[in-house]
Design a binder for this molecule. Structure first.
Ligand code: C5J
Length: 237
């Protein structure tokens, strides 16, 4: 049942019908291994500083979403210390400076429990916010993410995190095929490659929203404001 004051978010290709009763914010892989020097992202030859521009807008979205009472779910990409959940095809791909499981300044690269694997301090999960540990790029593969969303009655995902064309895209594609409506906040997702970022977002909203919707975080925040004003009006004597 849509919320009485459900606002729509200006978005591409059309306004997104935000339903606060069935929406959740997903924060994908905002881990030191992708955003700090010495981790997985840098081992692949990337300038990790480019991803850090997502932190400010994402922090505002996180705080406003929490204040509005919508669920927040975080994900982390990474592997068991014995690498038994890392397929050789992933482990051995390419010629990185260091491979998954190798030691680095932030601990073993992309290994659960290591400092570099954890979420950056600025976006640390609050107690009670689920953190999904995923071995793949998509949040559904090899995890209980789908079951967790079903248990909470979630059918809309507000998607943020890194990287736009890899884990964000894979998760949106997985979610879209499972019947979720995904709104991707364009300034809260980031890529090491500006062109992949631009095209990745365009691909989501193209063809009438073939994979979902895209919007600026300011428009999502404005919709949450309307929601808050609506609930204050509704509870006024
Ligand atoms: C990558 C991710 N890019 N979180 N992972 O390997 O997007």
């Amino acid at each position: 049942m849509p919320h009485a004051h459900a606002p729509s978010v200006p978005a591409a290709p059309a306004p997104f019908p935000l339903d606060p009763g069935s929406a959740a914010l997903v924060v994908i892989d905002m881990q030191r291994d992708f955003l700090d020097p010495g981790g997985f992202g840098e081992s692949l030859g990337n300038d990790v500083s480019i991803l850090r521009r997502t932190i400010g807008p994402l922090r505002r979205v996180l705080e406003a979403t929490r204040a509005a009472g919508l669920p927040v779910i975080h994900t982390r990409e990474g592997h068991l210390p014995d690498l038994s959940d890392c397929p050789p095809s992933k482990l051995n791909r390419g010629a990185p400076a260091a491979r998954i499981g190798d030691p680095g300044p932030n601990g073993r690269i992309l290994i659960r429990g290591e400092y570099g694997h954890d979420i950056i301090d600025e976006l640390a999960p609050l107690p009670g916010e689920p953190v999904i540990d995923k071995p793949g790029k998509g949040a559904f593969h090899g995890t209980d993410f789908g079951a967790l969303l079903a248990a909470r009655g979630v059918s809309q995902l507000i998607v943020t995190g890194v990287t736009t064309e890899v884990c964000v895209h894979t998760t949106v594609r997985e979610a879209n095929d499972r019947g979720f409506e995904c709104l991707v906040l364009s300034d809260c997702v980031g890529s090491y490659f500006p062109e992949f970022h631009r095209v990745g977002l365009a691909m989501i909203a193209a063809q009438g929203g073939i994979l979902g919707w895209t919007a600026e975080s300011a428009d999502y925040l404005a919709a949450l404001e309307v929601l808050g004003a609506g609930s204050r009006t509704a509870s006024a004597p």
